[in-house]
Design a binder for this molecule. Sequence first.
Ligand SMILES: [Cu+2]
Length: 336
Amino acid sequence: MNRRTFLSRLGAAGTLAGLGAAGSVAGRRDDGGPTGGHGDHRAHGGHRGMGTVGRVDHERNGFHPHDILTDFDAGATSRDRQGRIVHEYEIATVPKDIEVAPGVVYPAWTYAGRVPGPTIRVAEGDRVRIRFGNGSDHPHTMHFHGIHAAGMDGVPGAGEVQPGEVFTYDFVAEPFGTHVYHCHSLPLREHIARGLYGAFIVDPPGGRPEAHEMVMVMNAFDTDFDGDNEVYAANTVAFAYDVEPIPLEAGEPQRLHVVNMTEHDPLNSVHLHARFFRLYRTGTSLEPDELTDVVTLGQAERAMLEFSYREPGQYMFHAHQTEFTELGWTGRFEVV
Ligand SMILES: [Cu+2]
């Protein structure tokens, strides 16, 4: 696709479903797993949310928190002349109103029409090429946490993209771990608070042991723009995993990638009920750092958690900041 075509698609902002759905050209990887069958699950479950009445219209949002859990995106893959695996993506930033809690619509800035943006997943040593188009009225970037050249840093002066322009980020993914990307235009606080971030997962050479993998980006929304958050969540929609618990299988190894992109609060955390998890800080080691049941992360910090549930039942997980829990950051695993 040439630049003109790409930009004309950007111009269709708001109706950018084609680009917004996956944010990538093709070759989307879907690990499926036990959550693959949650379609039925969504049909019922119109019961309580701990603190809300009514239901978020996920269809109107154009994304579903249950899909975001497992929609790892490897992009369109090929090999370059050196034989390196190349993952190509096309991602546009577009403004979009999203419902973050029933009836609460937030004017987000998005990567590919969703918050968090696509979960980019490659292996260490693979090459990542992202055609990044700006379909909004503000300059934006994609700043990746990882090792790369200064010119690929995605900051003002190096890969910042003006409205209507396109830039290609091109780098080799390293080191392996659970990482993050986000906009680094100024004022940084606003560009992050508005929703411009996503998970960036780099697998170790040779991969990791088989497990059902999930991604939770902890985030929050300052819906009245007073500098404090009113809504908290994992993957954007308050209480989404409480209203519709995440189905897991007893005995199955679980691997949960957690990224903290909460703005306006210095810390966020995740706590699992009735289990301890092996904690891999930043996911950069093959050996766990700790066995625990809560991990607290500053902004842009991330962690990989491994655990499994022995017996069927419902098991809560939530932030261990009580206020965040009450404002939406809580959910349940339904172990069968
Ligand atoms: Cu931005």
